[in-house]
Design a protein around this ligand. Structure first.
Ligand code: UDX
Length: 444
């Protein structure tokens, strides 16, 4: 079938490319002509393992096209998918301006029956909203459905091609049958439901995962106070299949383009209908404070941070992506500079997101070309993102390059033990052996 995907962000580009891989003829549209030129010349504007290879495989096959001409792309399509940004507004509600604009453009261009699909994460009732907008511009019959995307950055291609479920929200049998046919080649279980339930599924899924993270972070914070180890607790509860062992990694909280926005989005959806979603409010509040834990730990080692050199390992909000949206690294670095009244040297290293970081972080941050150079001569190393390259280092060897062997592990990703002559501080971990016993943090 002919699919037009409007918006070439993580969701639009990855899912568009994967629909092409499954045999559909896909045209990806974006207003950003530079991005389209990049894609047409075989480059991939985002870092996502496997994506570039699939683009370069499907373009020559005639399955995949990139264009800025939305009108022709709408006219040619059987199915039009909307995957433009839906950022949070300051009050937590969802900014629907880009979706509304695309709906108008579809309404102006539509020439025969189409299924219009919301792929972006949009509030409950958005299928009806898009329907009303398209209808204002055209009398041609069409349906609007919801097929939310559950991909994770860093494993997006794999998540789309071999996900655990596909949710199709459709309110007419015609749209439902067409969308089942589109998704059958994926050979993934399909759940068919109404549009409103599909829209709520997406928010509920992300919010539930975010709730798991805030819960385990609170357990970590409590474990420190009662002398327990959060890794043991997570293992002990995660082996109960009703709880599950995923998303129980305590650390500095969740970031990225989805969880922070979608938790606020769900609270706002509930508020709109007079429902106080108190649990989610707490999930957000725990997360907003969690990044402060590494700063507190650093301050318990160095009450006065002025004159210190701190190395930051990892900048992206999680490994395998260059995405810095809502990345705890930014807040941590800015807070440290503020706390030391600017009298602090911040050295940073990230395998792929340093160019992006330059636009987000103060100019005083010094970027290093390797893990060795970033830790060299520093008073403390702070691990913010658990990149494989960072985790798999010989940290005992690295600690010898440091001025003081202090490692604050914001992701609990290292495995240093008591004999190590290093001050190693994780989040919620029972630990610590320390530079000749002089420094002591987190001990009962
Ligand atoms: C998420 C959802 O997983 C995905 O299904 C949805 O479509 C989009 O949002 P993503 O934001 O790419 O995907 O990343 P994810 O791997 O889910 O991690 C989100 C954040 O939670 C990251 O900041 C990560 O570091 C943090 N996290 C995750 C934890 O702190 N602990 C965990 O145990 C898991």
């Amino acid at each position: 079938m002919k699919i037009t995907m409007i918006g070439t962000g993580y969701v639009g580009l990855t899912s568009g490319v994967c629909y092409a891989e499954k045999g559909h003829v896909v045209t990806c549209v974006d207003v950003d002509e530079e991005k389209i030129n990049q894609l047409n010349s075989g480059q991939c504007p985002i870092y996502e393992p496997g994506l570039k290879e699939l683009i370069n495989k499907n373009v020559p096959k005639g399955n995949l096209y990139f264009t800025s001409d939305i009108e022709s792309a709408v006219k040619e399509a059987d199915i039009i998918m909307i995957a433009v940004g839906t950022p949070a507004l300051p009050d937590g509600s969802v900014n629907m301006a880009y979706v509304d604009e695309v709906a108008q453009q579809i309404g102006r261009a539509i020439n025969n029956y189409k299924v219009v699909v919301n792929k972006s994460t949009v509030p409950v009732g958005s299928a009806e909203r898009v329907y009303e907008i398209v209808k204002r511009f055209s009398d041609i019959p069409f349906d609007v459905a919801s097929v939310p995307e559950f991909l994770k950055e860093g494993s997006a291609v794999k998540d789309v091609l071999s996900g655990e479920r596909i949710v199709i929200g459709a309110d007419t049998s015609k749209a439902r049958d067409i969308l089942i046919k589109v998704h059958e080649p994926f050979e993934i279980p399909i759940q068919v439901t109404d549009t409103r339930s599909a829209e709520l599924i997406k928010y509920a899924a992300n919010s539930f995962l975010a709730m798991k993270i805030s819960f385990i972070n609170e357990i970590a914070n409590l474990a420190e106070k009662v002398g327990a180890d959060v890794l043991e607790v997570a293992k002990g509860i995660g082996s109960d299949s009703r709880i599950g062992n995923k998303f129980l990694n305590a650390g500095i909280g969740f970031g990225g383009a989805c969880f922070p926005k979608d938790t606020l989005g769900l609270i706002n959806i509930a508020d709109q209908v007079g429902h106080n979603f108190a649990i989610m409010k707490e999930v957000v509040s725990v997360n907003q404070k969690q990044y402060l834990r590494v700063i507190e730990k650093l301050q318990s080692v160095y009450p006065d941070l002025s004159g210190k050199t701190i190395s930051i390992l990892g900048l992206s909000f999680k490994p395998n992506t260059n995405d810095l949206r809502e990345a705890p690294s930014i807040k941590i670095i800015c807070d440290l500079i503020k706390l030391a009244n600017g009298n602090i040297e911040i050295k940073a290293y990230d395998p792929i997101s340093m160019d992006e970081a330059k636009g987000e972080l103060p100019d005083s941050v010094k970027y290093c070309s390797s893990v060795e150079t970033v830790v060299e001569g520093s008073d403390a190393a702070v691990i913010i993102t658990e990149w494989k390259e960072i985790v798999e280092q010989d940290w005992l060897k690295l600690s010898k390059l440091m001025k003081a062997a202090v490692i604050i592990d914001g992701r609990n990703c290292l495995d240093l033990n008591e004999e190590d002559n290093v001050l190693y501080v994780g989040i919620g971990r029972k630990m610590t052996r320390l530079n000749n016993g002089v420094l002591s943090v987190n001990q009962q």
